[in-house]
Design a protein around this ligand. Sequence first.
Ligand code: NAG
Ligand code: NAG
Length: 341
Amino acid sequence: MASPTQCLCLLFVLGIWASQGSSRSVPEVSMSDRFEQWLSSYSRVYQDAKEKEKRFQIFKENVEYIKSHNADSSKKYKLGVNEFTDLTNEEFKAMRNGYKMRSSNNISVSKTSSFRYENVTAVPSTMDWRKKGAVTGIKDQGQCGCCWAFSAVAAMEGITKLKTGKLISLSEQELVDCDVNGEDQGCNGGLMDNAFEFIISNKGLTTETKYPYEGVDGSCNKKESTKHAAKITGYEDVPSNSESALLKAVANQPISVAIDAGGADFQHYKSGVFTGECTTYLDHGVTAVGYGQDGDGTKYWLVKNSWGSSWGENGYIRMERDIAAKEGICGIAMEASYPTA
Ligand SMILES: *[C@@H]1O[C@H](CO)[C@@H](O)[C@H](O)[C@H]1NC(C)=O
Ligand SMILES: *[C@@H]1O[C@H](CO)[C@@H](O)[C@H](O)[C@H]1NC(C)=O
């Protein structure tokens, strides 16, 4: 039985379908109707009519952009309307990302310089850690730039499952609230390696249930932060700018990766193998949870994002793999790392 929300979404999809085929006789759903449907499906309310009109204009421009992209058959990926369609790209970047590049950081207390997968010779041709039960459901960072916490936690959830057999959803909020004495700055950004440092010195992390996500900076709940549900013993960086090193790593566990996710195509990504536009200015932390090859032979990385499941392929993106540039697509091979346990 479809819930009311699902019905709305279905209507909405039909609306797009109807408006895309210009030769069809189905009447086009007007942009303002579409906007109203969108508002109710995402329960969006604005403070006043002026704000609503401004958001409608942005929504309209984004829908036009999405339509023209999708009409270009040379593109391997599709864009779509999602939770972020009423935001300009600048607004989106400001509230959703939050990765600080390593160059602006100084960390090395617990990191080992070795790469434990360097001598791996055989890797499976495809990998999907979700199928091995090592990936928790898609989470949503909301309007807080703490992607770094979600990325680090997803990698830790993965290694915990591989070492203990248990998949436990762990607390990002604990990192946001408690990892504040180093360079990580909660909703204002951070770095996965710093998060691993904190987790090691904190002797673990508690569960999502005990220390739930709030999406705002708060004070550290010391009582919950000393109840550890999982721990890590160290962390290592994947050698930079080598997709083959990254492949060896992802074949063995989910890996934290940094990417440029600031482009409009990333904001509106819906499906298919993402091939850019993007730069190598890393601004977002996500988690590589597998890899594979598309029907037409395009190789991809399977990446878990933290923008809810309305974005992308149910919260995931497939990003082109083995490209000519050594940094990988959107810089994915530049600053990858993983916890050890
Ligand atoms: C990092 O540490 C080195 C050596 O201690 C120092 O020279 C450099 O300025 C530091 N960089 C930052 C960004 O703090
Ligand atoms: C990889 O092999 C080399 C040569 O045998 C060895 O020196 C190195 O320690 C190995 N690396 C790892 C991580 O096991």
